[in-house]
Design a protein around this ligand. Structure first.
Ligand SMILES: C[S@@+](CC[C@H](N)C(=O)[O-])C[C@H]1O[C@@H](n2cnc3c(N)ncnc32)[C@H](O)[C@@H]1O
Length: 284
């Protein structure tokens, strides 16, 4: 590697440097940076180099892959700037309609029959929180007896910045697209230019850091939402992540990947359900 450290620091990332970062990012969080992402990566690394005052890509690479005292903190900040966090309330409505009208009633019916009043839902890759809050609104709308249930929505992400925003649950008006008048009135408190999520939703959600490349010990999850995350992974990583989801799910549990993310050729242990433009997979 020493040939790289001896390269003069210029602003343009060399192909060797790109390969080093690409391999590291892939191993660390599964994100598959294709060659056309070189300038994206270069910009994001530059962002962190400005903050840390490091002048060469290789020295920055050594910092995040090293064993110095501050490598872990910087590694988290690096992963943070790499992630794409686009999201919105009620994103992909047909999928959420399928959840509300088919999956949830079916689940509640079979649980009530077994006298099991617990419900565990995981929003994996929750970004700034719009997905878990949407799920919480749907549960509150449908489950008139929700107070008699032990409901837990686990919401996790790799980025600490988005997790912090999610936990705060404060959204400017411009970010409330997708919410109707009823939802805004019932589940949010308007303060100045912002809408604050009410405690009614917050109390059933637990936000936590989790990297999907690792196990988390979750078990008996009834529904997993992992939407618009798998697209950043290659097939090998998708196989690993979906395999872990399979283990976490309760028997006959449901998995919602994004509507463009298919499990075909990734995992055959799920039944594909397609109804009114909504799609979901059910554990066999
Ligand atoms: C485009 S957002 C999707 C948000 C939401 N699920 C939705 O569909 O609106 C993708 C999220 O996945 C997270 N992510 C990417 N790689 C991850 C990993 N290895 N572990 C956990 N989260 C990851 C990113 O930080 C980002 O917030």
């Amino acid at each position: 590697m020493s040939f790289i450290s001896s390269l003069p620091s210029s602003n343009a990332m060399t192909d060797e440097e790109f390969r080093l970062f690409k391999t590291f990012v892939y191993d660390e969080c599964g994100i598959n940076l294709k060659p056309e992402k070189k300038y994206f990566l270069q910009n994001r690394v530059n962002q962190r180099m400005r903050v840390t005052g490091i002048k060469s890509y290789y020295r920055y690479y050594k910092l995040i892959t090293g064993d110095g005292a501050d490598y872990k903190t910087e590694l988290l900040s690096f992963l943070d700037v790499l992630t794409i966090n686009e999201t919105s309330f009620y994103r992909n409505k047909p999928q959420l309609d399928l959840f509300q009208k088919v999956v949830l009633p079916e689940l509640l019916h079979s649980k009530r029959a077994k006298n099991d009043f617990s419900l565990k839902i995981w929003s994996a890759g929750c970004s700034t929180g719009q997905e878990p809050y949407t799920i919480a609104m749907i549960l509150n709308n449908v489950m008139t007896d929700i107070k008699g249930w032990k409901v837990n929505i686990l919401a996790s992400d790799l980025s600490l910045t988005v997790l912090e925003a999610a936990q705060q649950g404060i959204y400017p008006k411009a970010k409330t697209d997708g919410l109707d008048e009823y939802s805004l009135k019932r589940y949010f408190i308007e303060k100045g230019d912002n809408f604050h999520v009410s405690d009614e939703l917050k109390r059933i959600i637990t936000f936590d850091f989790h990297n999907l490349m690792y196990d988390n010990g979750f078990s008996n999850i009834d529904v997993i939402f992992c939407r618009n995350v798998l697209i950043y992974f290659d097939t090998e990583t998708q196989k690993e992540v979906i395999g872990r989801f399979y283990q976490c799910l309760a028997p006959k549990g449901y998995l919602f990947p994004g509507h463009t993310e298919s499990l075909q050729g990734v995992n055959e242990n799920f039944v594909f359900i397609h109804k009114d433009r909504g799609t979901v997979y059910q554990k066999k």
